[in-house]
Design a protein around this ligand. Structure first.
Ligand SMILES: [Zn+2]
Length: 123
């Protein structure tokens, strides 16, 4: 468990945790105030004492063939408000770069409209 930065919504620590699901290791980056648990009806819900909803899984961009959203990418997003992610098209169509930002509903989302300037990629 490690602290990655401050939550963009409530300022509490964002913590990284590893867990296994279906034989794969996934990381969860979550605000200290956004805890989930199973309720009586087996629904995975926010706990009664949760005051925030900021939670991001490392496979958040799997749809765009990015296997893992790394701790470093999350750290940069928390520090700078955005981070550059490398996405891939379906096989044969190459990689491309987009900005990812915090999203209240989904945890993170991609700024599709914005182009990432080439000179930013080398750093
Ligand atoms: Zn928070």
């Amino acid at each position: 468990m490690s602290i990655l930065g401050k939550c963009p919504y409530c300022g509490a620590n964002v913590i990284s945790r590893k867990f296994n699901t279906k034989g794969k290791t996934i990381k969860l980056y979550s605000c200290e105030n956004a805890k989930k648990e199973y309720d009586e009806s087996e629904q995975y819900v926010f706990t009664a004492d949760s005051t925030c909803t900021f939670r991001v899984y490392s496979n958040a961009f799997l749809r765009w063939n990015k296997k893992s959203f790394s701790e470093n990418e999350m750290k940069r997003l928390l520090k700078e408000g955005q981070t550059i992610v490398r996405l891939h098209g379906r096989k044969g169509s190459g990689e491309y770069f987009k900005y990812a930002i915090a999203d209240k509903e989904y945890g993170v989302s991609i700024l599709w409209e914005e182009e990432v300037k080439k000179e930013l990629l080398s750093s």
